[in-house]
Each structure stands twice: as C-alpha cells, then as structure tokens.
Design a protein around this ligand. Sequence first.
Ligand code: F58
Length: 790
Amino acid sequence: MTIPRPGDTLADAIRQHLKFSLGKSSDVATLTDWRMALSLAVRDRIVDPWFASTRAAYDKQGKRVYYLSMEFLIGRLLEDATVNLGLMDEVTEFFQSRGLDARKVMQDEPDAALGNGGLGRLAACFLESMSTVGCPAYGYGIRYEHGLFRQSFDRGRQMEGPEDWLTEAHAWEYERTEAQYRIGFGGQVKQLGDRTVWQPAETVLARAYDTPMIGWQGRWANTLRLWSARPETVFDLGRFNAGDYYGAAEPENLARTISRVLYPDDTTEDGKRLRLKQEFFFTAASLRDILRRFDSEYDDLKLLPEKVAIQLNDTHPAIAGPELVRLLVDEKGMAFEDAVTVAQGCLGYTNHTLLPEALERWSVKLMTDLLPRHMQIIEMIDAMHKNAHPDRKVEMIGGGDVQMGPIAFFMAHKVNGVSALHTELMKETVFAELNRLHPNRIVNETNGITPRRWVLGANPRLSRLVTDAIGDGWVDDLERLQEIEPLADDSSFRDAYDAAKRANKADLAAYLGQRGLSVDPDAMFDVQIKRIHEYKRQHLNILQTIALWQEMKDAPQGNWLPQVKIFAGKAAPGYVFAKEIIHLINAVAEVINADPDTSHLLKVAYPANYNVSLAERLIPAAEVSQQISTAGKEASGTGNMKFALNGALTIGTLDGANVEIRELVGAENFFLFGMTAPEVVARREVAEHAKKAIAADPRLKRAMDAIEAGIFGERFPSIIENLMGHDYFCVTSDFSDYWRASRELEVAYRDRAEWTRMAILNTARSGWFSSDRTIRGYMADIWGAEALTI
Ligand code: F58
C-alpha cells in the first residue's frame, strides 16, 4: 500500500486514498467516496502538527488545560480543517477539474450533533480557538452513538428520530484501545483498616477515541478525546448456550446504553439515573486519564494545580470535585483537607444559566445508590464548608437533594459567568450567598465564537470582500475588522457588501425552494434560530407575525415591506410547552404561506432539524437577528454574535451579550426594545399584568383571538392560557414595544444605503466576540496557562 505523504500534492493524496484506502477507482467513486478520500488526505496533514504540539507540551512541562463537557457540538469537521490548513483553493480546483463542486463534497459529511445548543457549540468553538492560540488542551466528553435527536415535522408537530452520524463513514477519529478505564457504579463502601474502599456492584469500560482539532494555519493541534462505553464481558456464552439469546447480549446493551444518546429524557427516574451515570462515566474516565498523564511526568501530587487546569462546562461534570478528592484520598493516600485544596486549585466552573429549574440536583437516594462513596465525600465537603462558615445559609445537600451548583462553586477556585450582565446577576441571585463567603471567586468571561468557521468558512463572499479590502490578518486578529469601518461610507464597498448578502440570500432561497417553500430573495430575511424555549420567546415573534399578517390582510395594497420570517430549532423531547410553540409556528406558517392576499409580502419558514450545518447556511443570509429573550434569562447567547459579525442587525432586549453587542456596535445600529431585567422582576409583581397588557394592545388581543378562534387549525389552549395567566416570561408586556421596534426596523431597511452602512458597522465592530479573545481571558484569569508554538 502506498501511503500518501504530506510531501505529495493534495491531489495525489486524494487519488491515493481513493484507490488504496477506499478501494475505488475514480470512474465509479460516489460523493461519499470522494469525501472520505479528501478527509483522509486532509487528516494526514494534521498528524505532524498534532504530534509536534503534543511533544511541545511535554517538553515545556507547563500547564495543560482539560475542558470537560457533556457536549461538543462540532458539526462537520472537513471544511473547518481544510480552511484552517489553507487548502480550500486546492480542493476547489481539484474537484472542479472533475466536474464536482467541492462544497457539495464537504456537505456530504454527517453533522456531528453531540450537543443541544449554545453550551455545546461554545465548547466546540473553544477547542478550535485553543488550537489557534496555542493553548495546550484536551477536550473530554462522550462519544454518543446517536447524539441529539433528528427533528422532523408531522402535521407541524416535532417528531424525534435517532441521529446516526456514526453509522455513516467518519474519517476523523482514532480509536485508542490502550486508553481504557474501568468505571464503577453502585455497590458498597468498606473500611479496610484505615483505608476506605469503594467496591462497585457494576463496572463498564470507557474506551477513548481521539479527534485532532487543528488551529488556524495549522499552528497547533489539540485533542478531543471522547469516551465510549463498552461491557467488561461482551457476550454471556453461558446464557447463549442455554438458549437465552437476548439475555446473552444484555451486558453489552446495558453498558452501551451509557454512550448511546445525548440527554435521554430525564423526566423519569430511569432517565435521571442514566443521565447521572453518563456524567460520572465521562468525568471519572477523564480524571483517571489526567492523573495517568500527570503521574507519567511528575511524582508529587501537590504539583497538580500547577500543571493541570480542569474546566467544568456547567455542572454536568461537577462530580469531578468529589471524584478527584476520592482518587486523591482513597487511592493516593492524601489527607482529606489537602485533597480538597489540591482539587480546588485545579478546578474551574462555568455557569451557563440562572433558570432555577436548569440547576442540577440529584436526590440523595439516587446519589447514594449509584455513587455511595461520593455521597460520603459530598457530606464531608459540606461539613468542612459549614465548619468554616457556621453562619452560612447555602446548602449543598438540602430538601432531600444534592445541589450540584453549590458543590461546583465550592470545589472550584474560579467560577465564571458568560456575559457581563449574567455574571452580575449570578452574584446577585443564584450565587449571592456563596459570593459573599468567597468574594473574588466569580469572574466574567464573555463568550465568543470562532471566526474561522462562522465567517471564513460559512461566508466566503463576505470573507473575500474583507480580505480584498484589508488583507487576511483579521482571521486570527478579529478586532482588525475595525479597519473596514471607514468603508461603510464608500458606496462601491457598500454595493459589494450588499451584493455578497444578496447572493447568500439567493442561496438560501434556493435551499428553501428545494424544501417546498418559495421565497423572494429580495424580501427582508428575518431569522430566529436557537433551542425552542419559553424564555427565548419564539412565541412573541410568531404573535407579532400574526398581527402583521392581519394588518397586511386589512390593506393588501398598503406599502408593506416584503419579508420572510425564518425559524429553526429543536425542543427538548420532554418539554411539552416548547413543542406546542413549534406546532403553533408551523400552523401559522401553513395558513400565511397559502394566503393569496399576502403571500407576496409575508412568508414563514421553519426548516426542520436545526444543527450547526443549517446555522452555517442561515446566518450568512440573515439581515435581521431576533434576540428577544426575557431580560435576565439568556446567559449570553452566541448566535447573536455570529449574526452581528455576518452583518445582520439585531432586534433585541437588554439581555446576555446583547448588552455588550449594543455597546460595541453602537446603540444607533441596534434595535432595542423591552423591559430591563429589574423591570421584568417588578412587572411580575403587578397583579394580572398579562391581562392588563393584552387589554392595552388591540393588536396583541386580535392576534391571540385569531389563535383562540381556530384560524390556525387548532386553538392552542395551553399557550393562550399561559399568556393570559401568569405569563412568567412577560411576552404580553413586551409585545407593544416589540411591535414598535419591528416597525422602526422596517423603516430603516427601506433606506438601502443607510441599512448597509449599519450592517457594515456591525461587522466592523464585532471583532471583540472572537473566541480567541475569550480563550485568552480564561488562560489569564482562570487557568494560568501559557500559549505555546511549534
Ligand atoms: C447556553 N446554554 C445559554 N444550555 O442558554 C446561552 O445563553 C449561552 O450563550 C450558551 O449556553 C453558552 O454559554 C445551553 O446551551 C443547554 O443546552 C442545556 C444543556 C443541559 C440540558 C438543557 C439544555
């Protein structure tokens, strides 16, 4: 076999892989064959920088960063790697000469949906940025066989099917049969002399799969290590021979369940148990791996905080605190208090939500049952904290539950929020008491996004335009986008910027057209894409859409601005109300899109199965970015940053990172509406605030009446009752101001030159939202890690 060497041309390497790795000749190769051959050829070029980075990190003996996350929403990897290695032109040319479109080849790659939303995508952006800035790091997570469910619609309702990215050819991972750990659950804790020993009742094996993550220009490469669960005994031959064929496969099935899907529905007890098992499974395997690496280099465990930074992406891996203490005390013989200090020195915790129902807690019963030794250690940690702060009001174990937020807080030396507002609210609300006891522990690291994927890869037209104007230095120094600011006043640059947006819109229109919805690429494209949640208020957007449609219908000859309202997003399988919102949007779309009076003016699109790849299509084509959460509820948002960078104007509330976006792009280039966070809190205290808001706004009342009257098929009683009742998320109270801002935005849109100027200023001033900046912030404020080069 001829192994392509990086010295060969890329074209040679692709041909060789097609022949020798895939056993195909070019005349019969399918798109998938070409995609795999290309992936393998590109992957070969990652291996040397990957080895060199690993070696440089060893030689330096500095600090390594370990990012523990239940989710890595990495999407497709081929285009990213090709872009970062500067191979895009070569690849385009190669396929062009064969009559193939390189982008089509790349789009054949399955989208790895190993996450729910922003939290998972942030982890993926961070991996790329850590490689770009040369921060020596590992990402640790779970190799879900199916990832998040695949969404489809049946008569407007969300249907969930399995996502099967791994059943398709996947080029990026290396299985590491030697990196395998035994992970236990349940059983008993025994005292053997002065040693405490946990004897689990059940064990599974965690097997590592490594994916290299290459940084910009191949400067550095880190590893994403995902754990897959497998049984200790693959097959029970005894049961098989006795004729029990199903039973024989049971150990395998039980073990594999752990890494089968992302977020099993945890509304049931069994679901909760499985979820806690998943969390412990990958956290424990990762810690064992970290300690093994540390032990191979050093022999004094007190050095751990100097050499190891472990970041907990939300509380999902928060069992890391107790588990690290357990390993240090029970297996390494360290004194308990020293172990707590060492663990705190290593750990950092990122909080992503203030929603009380989203803060993780596990019943004491479940914890004791599944992780008996950890339950003891949690009690010891709690007692230690109470001893140090006898007047404390916070509880780590309360109401029959183990509270993971306070445990993560106490076990970390730094706790961070993800936007300035969120961090302040953390100090005032969920962690007020812990912040009082541990001042200076909370820091802010405003989120960011990688410009390589979200501009260079996803929006080649805009990228070319910018690079032609100021060179390509912006790609890894995003604040240099400021250099295009003067061009906002240059009409030929504005025309070119506009033309790029128009072409992106035409691409999206074609895509929607293939899915059965024809839209006018000259209409205004208005986009809201994110997880479906009441606090994100997709129902506010659809109510306003209904009201607009009603007014258009009253006077179809009026001077209306043609627009396309685009929604995308999934609802958690157990979140019934969110699924009702999806159903309502689809029901409204069906009626509005078929209305001959208005269909030239207004369309509603809801492409199914929102994922990273769909976001990459939608964002470059967006002109309006809907960021309309109830103030105080969206921790940060990162979609908002992607839109602003790609030249969409935001209509939004003073929430999360919207606040910082507005400050940077300028209040005059942002459409603000709605109550502030303190106003929201005050409004909830007003008796019948929703009824009053509805009575005060005839447009809102009329839109709600239409829903109730069954104009959209069903009557959606749960939504109507919620909005007329407590309306916790203040949809009704914010409606009037949202309407006002939406109409002002339409007026602004009609002035093409001025609109484009504002869009350019959004691009020019959003450079601060690069995840390179965020990572440098974590390195300096939390990790104490140093950037390396190869
Ligand atoms: C998101 N959280 C925040 N959670 O909502 C968003 O404001 C922020 O920008 C982003 O994190 C990154 O900091 C988020 O995506 C989830 O997906 C949950 C995971 C656990 C189950 C419920 C959803």
